[in-house]
Design a protein around this ligand. Structure first.
Ligand code: ADP
Ligand code: MG
Length: 448
């Protein structure tokens, strides 16, 4: 569908022209008309498919065409899970609003609270926010959402993963008047937590799922390499990085410490590299991302902090030095390459400790990956038998294991546990709203 066929306000068509886009992607073609008629929307599609414009354009159309419900309250709030994504979405929004009288601000964790308060006092029309920080401002009564017209949740599944469920609920409650419309975007919809919160937030939503939400990117070549242990992983990584002389690579690791350790090792191979993780200040993270985007160094070693929102067309390779615990995360990480029609390659190093995660990823994607072998670096590890579904497994694991694997990982490979926990890395842990807040915004209890 062409953008000019949606019936957008002319000013919007101009902005789209500036972006150089003509034809809408599939998710845009299907989601935009639903959103424009004012319906709630529950939508999913693969990463890189153009979801941002699928919600920003109808949001713009709405503010152009409709009278505001309130003079002071924001008209549109866009919630996103991470600061990186917040910046990215905000950047797009700013471009689209450039020629308009509408104002927008960015509210994210890790930046000055008082400065944000001042921005909120100017009564912006649009707010792009990470949920935790927005709730902090709601608690302080720096912002009210009684006049909110459109609540947009981008990567809602990821927000849930990061522990933002209560923050999402608090925001919903603060804006729970009848006229509000809600657009809910999630990488996956068939997940209990997602459907539960969608049920709370949405009213008779239209559903749009493009390619089950998780079709694989055909522009990304997936390579799976089995590994015996850490040294083996490092040798493989060295082989792949150094011998192929590749530029613009992201290596994902499970922990913050690993990003530093591994980037030092990679530097020792003569490549330019930087570590990115949640221990860095926001400005340091921004600087690293920007200089990577400009091609000022070759290898970005990162935790999942960089798995979303980083939109650099020239990332040629993604390496999973460790496999992510969440299967969806695999798709988001590998989706950093193969963007905007470029070809990308994703390498995953699967050791005994990654095996359970690897199987979960295969189950999630409903496919079986072939493994590849690098000559001279062949693994002894050939995979593990499927874990027994019953919990009692932990009592007799050894006999279930096909190959020799390190002692300390045998137990874990049978269950879901993972040796690293990176879930909260880099993100503001959400604190429950206080009693005071519940009273102030009290709309869920005692309402008819
Ligand atoms: P998602 O949120 O689904 O991962 P994004 O909204 O980040 O995807 O879009 C991915 C890339 O595609 C961005 O670089 C964006 O500018 C580009 N894009 C979006 N819509 C279109 C379109 N209709 N035509 C061409 N490129 C587009
Ligand atoms: Mg997106």
């Amino acid at each position: 569908m062409l953008f000019k066929e949606f019936g957008f306000d002319n000013r919007i068509l101009k902005s789209i022209d500036h972006l150089g886009f003509n034809e809408a992607t599939e998710i845009q073609s299907r989601a935009i008309p639903e959103a424009m008629v004012g319906r709630d929307l529950l939508a999913s599609s693969k990463t890189g498919s153009g979801k941002t414009l699928a919600y920003l354009l109808p949001a713009l159309h709405r503010v152009y065409k409709k009278k505001a419900l309130s003079k002071r309250d924001p008209r549109v709030v866009i919630l996103v899970p991470t600061r990186e994504l917040a910046k990215q979405v905000y950047g797009q929004l700013r471009l689209l609003l450039a020629a308009s009288r509408f104002t927008s601000i960015l509210i994210q964790g890790g930046e000055n609270f008082n400065d944000q308060h001042k921005l909120l006092q100017k009564d912006p029309h649009f707010i792009v926010a990470t949920p935790g920080r927005l709730v902090d401002h709601l608690k302080q009564r720096h912002v009210f959402l009684e006049g909110l017209e459109l609540l947009i949740l981008d990567e809602a599944d990821r927000m849930l993963d990061l522990g933002f469920a209560d923050a999402m609920r608090a925001i919903n409650t603060a804006a729970s008047h009848r006229q509000r419309q809600t657009l809910f975007f999630s990488a996956t919809l068939d997940n209990t937590d997602v459907s539960e919160i969608a049920g709370e937030l949405l009213r008779e939503p239209s559903r749009v799922a493009v390619g089950q939400g998780f079709d694989e990117h055909s522009d990304i070549g997936q390579h799976i390499l089995l590994c015996d242990h850490l040294d083996h992983k490092e040798a493989l990584l060295k082989h792949l990085l150094v011998d192929q002389a590749i530029k613009q690579v992201i290596v994902f690791t499970a922990t913050k410490n690993d990003t530093v350790r591994l980037s030092e090792i990679i530097a020792g191979w003569g490549l330019t590299t930087q570590a990115l993780n949640g221990n860095l200040s926001q400005s340091a993270r921004n600087k690293t991302m920007e200089s990577f985007a400009k091609g000022q160094f070759d290898v970005l070693v990162s935790t999942d902090v960089a798995s979303r929102g980083l939109d650099i067309a020239s990332v040629s390779h993604v390496f999973n030095f460790d496999l992510p615990k969440q299967a969806e995360e695999f798709v988001h990480r590998t989706g950093r390459t193969g963007r905007a029609g470029f070809k990308g390659e994703a390498y995953s190093l699967v050791g005994p400790k990654d095996w359970a995660n690897f199987k979960a990823i295969e189950a999630f994607l409903q496919k079986t990956f072939d493994t590849e072998v690098v000559e001279g670096l062949e693994p002894k590890f050939k995979g593990l038998m499927p874990p027994k579904p019953a919990r009692a497994v932990s009592k007799k694991p050894a006999s279930k294991v096909q190959n020799k694997i390190p002692k300390n990982s045998a137990k874990k490979a049978t269950g879901k546990a993972r040796f690293h926990d990176n879930q909260q890395d880099g993100f503001d842990a959400f604190k429950l709203p206080t009693k005071r807040f519940e009273k102030q915004v009290n709309t869920d209890d005692g309402e008819d």
